[in-house]
Ligand binder design. Structure first.
Ligand code: SF4
Length: 414
């Protein structure tokens, strides 16, 4: 670490300094110490962030990556009734959508023509949907676009598809892999704690089932991401417990590609609107910074990539997280709809050109990656092909903040 970073360490409380020093000496940070870090006072944040930034620089160097992808939600019809969700509609609701497979393929072709290397496909659990729909989507996509990486189906969808098909998770996932499933989003994790899940999702997909589906996916050769949704009825103990559970899975399977903190968006979410006294309206800015930094510290040596979600935080705040342990800005997305449905206002797409611009404002090297974090292009002295946003932004530009207040260029504190 630089002298400046070492001096920052000395500003933290004794308990935080002790944990950070043990971490810098090469020791794994325990769940108990994770709780202490998450509970630390705001004045400890610079020290926590500087250690996270140091670990990030040791692991990822100067590169900040992104993937050119299109998000396709093939249906928002779902009867699971998760309390935090405002994406789901009933069949008769205005705005209920079902995308036929040929239309879905058309959207993927449009994405491919705009440079996408991946499509991310997730949907609601439509009551009339057959379990075979999942394999049919994959077969149709691979028939038309054999080289496009298909990142699809949350563990909740796998639970549903396997149940509908009367197959074990292993048989169902193996079939999907044979049909072209390349990787899976590790969403629907929320907080891996039974009591919290009872309140969020009536525990319909239990912690044990989520873990079983994820580890089975890894076993049959399908890598996944992993996530946390935080800032509602949860706290430090739940966050440290959740991240350490993911670390234990990674030690066992090695199948996680990245960790993605997802902040709870309370606007229009029944979980919040029905219980505004007991449910928090998303994490505070300090909690967001802690989540990115402390997850880097807890997952060091096990999960190399910490991704920030610009759909949840917006481009400006997401870019700030690059100083707190984050090395990946996620996908360009083209059509984001899940966060928007819950009231997030951060747009549907950040183009590759804009990703490169955001990364350069913090003095890092922009890298276009594929889903599995292989480098496809480094934008040191060249620019990506510039595509106009797919969906009309109606005058709103996610990078407007750069025109208002240019960020200082800070080099990584290695
Ligand atoms: S979070 Fe997913 S499974 Fe739950 S209600 Fe919403 S769409 Fe359905």
């Amino acid at each position: 670490m630089t002298h400046r970073a070492m001096r920052t360490l000395l500003t933290a409380s004794t308990a935080t300094q002790d944990i950070l020093n043990r971490c810098l000496a090469g020791n794994e940070v325990s769940e108990k110490d994770g709780i202490i870090l998450f509970s630390a006072p705001e004045s400890d944040m610079p020290a926590i962030a500087s250690v996270a930034d140091y670990l990030r620089s040791k692991t990822n160097g100067d590169a900040v990556s992104f993937v050119v992808t299109r998000n396709i939600n093939f249906t928002n019809i779902c009867y699971m009734g998760c309390k935090f969700c405002n994406f789901a509609k009933r069949i008769e609701d205005v705005g209920a959508q079902w995308l036929d497979i040929d239309k879905l393929v058309e959207r993927a072709v449009e994405a491919w023509d705009r440079g996408a290397t991946e499509v991310c496909i997730q949907g609601g659990l439509h009551p009339k949907m057959k379990g075979t729909e999942y394999r049919n989507i994959l077969l149709a996509l691979k028939a038309r676009l054999p080289d496009l990486h298909i990142h699809a189906f949350s563990p909740f969808e796998i639970w549903y598809g396997a149940k509908k098909s009367k197959l074990s998770y292993e048989a169902f996932l193996s079939d999907l892999k044979n049909c072209g499933l390349d990787s899976m989003p590790g969403t629907a994790a929320e907080i891996l704690d039974t009591e919290i899940r009872k309140q969020l999702t009536k525990n319909k997909l239990s912690t044990e089932q989520w873990v079983e589906i994820i580890t089975t996916a890894h076993k049959v050769g399908i890598p996944t991401t992993c996530t946390i949704m935080y800032g509602h009825i949860d706290g430090p103990k739940d966050w440290a417990g959740h991240i350490c559970k993911l670390r234990d899975i990674q030690k066992q399977t090695g199948g996680f590609t990245e960790f993605v903190p997802l902040s709870f968006v309370h606007t229009d979410s029944p979980l919040y609107t029905e219980n505004p006294e007991t449910v928090r309206p998303g994490p505070t800015a300090l909690e967001v910074e802690k989540m990115h930094a402390i997850s880097r510290i807890l997952l060091h040596r096990w999960i190399d990539n910490i991704q920030v979600s610009w759909t949840k935080l917006g481009a400006e705040f997401a870019t700030e997280m690059l100083q707190s342990g984050v090395n990946d800005l996620g996908g360009t997305l083209m059509n984001e709809s899940i966060s928007r449905a819950s009231g997030a206002l951060n747009g549907q797409e950040i183009t590759a050109t804009e990703m490169v611009e955001m990364i350069r404002t913090v003095g890092r090297t922009p890298v276009q990656r594929n889903t599995l974090y292989q480098v496809l292009e480094t934008y040191l002295h060249k620019e990506p092909t510039d595509y106009a946003p797919l969906v009309d932004r109606k005058g709103q530009n996610p990078l407007d903040y750069l025109a208002q207040e240019p960020m200082a260029i800070e080099q990584a504190g290695a």
